[in-house]
Design a protein around this ligand. Structure first.
Ligand SMILES: Cc1cc2nc3c(=O)[nH]c(=O)nc-3n(C[C@H](O)[C@H](O)[C@H](O)COP(=O)(O)O)c2cc1C
Length: 170
């Protein structure tokens, strides 16, 4: 079932800023999601819109900006891999939040299932098949079937109000 509603008026720059700031109150983890582009080159980006959807069947989602250089790769390739970052991996998040190609020359990775690049280190890993691309304004929502997953543990990297944070002690 898909329910389409009227998109409403285009927000002003100030309203967009306020919306961004308000959404930033929602603390998230940070992931790096990888795939291969149409030339077979590794592609990857930092993503905090990742979330769980369903346990049976096992489904996850994330959303990708239509302007990102990896857009074509992620919306056409059949598989992607999600790496949940640890607190000590801020540099990996910053690397994959940059635009362009030479991200994989600067970290340790290897080829995972279906040839998808896999980072050597992370807190958790999900290998996914692309199930659906769903229209979402200036983003596209990617729904993935979880095909393999592993939890390695460790303190998570947290993103809140535009900054990396440490988790408060239990
Ligand atoms: C913490 C954090 C979270 C991000 N989350 C997303 C996201 O969910 N979706 C998205 O499209 N971009 C997100 N970005 C921005 C991309 O990582 C950034 O635009 C990247 O340059 C895209 O790479 P590309 O243009 O080489 O494909 C995020 C950036 C940061 C720092």
């Amino acid at each position: 079932m898909t329910t389409d509603r009227n998109p409403g008026p285009t927000p002003s720059a100030q309203q967009s800023r306020q919306l961004r700031d308000t959404l930033g109150q929602f603390a998230t983890g940070v992931t790096v999601i990888t795939t291969r582009d149409i030339n077979g080159q590794p592609a990857g980006m930092t993503v905090n819109s990742f979330n769980s959807v369903s346990l049976d069947p096992a489904l996850v989602l994330w959303s990708i900006d239509k302007q990102s250089l990896g857009y074509e790769a992620f919306t056409t390739r059949d598989h992607f891999a999600v790496h949940v970052l640890r607190a000590d991996q801020q540099h990996v998040s910053n690397l994959f939040a940059g635009r362009g190609s030479n991200k994989f020359g600067q970290i340790h990775w290897y080829e995972g299932p279906n040839g998808i690049p896999r980072l050597e280190e992370c807190a958790a890993y999900f290998h996914c098949g692309r199930a659906q691309c769903i229209e979402g304004g200036d983003h596209t929502i990617l729904l993935g079937n979880v095909l393999e997953f592993t939890a390695f543990g460790g303190e998570p990297l947290v993103f809140h109000r535009g900054r990396y944070r440490a988790l408060a002690g239990d």
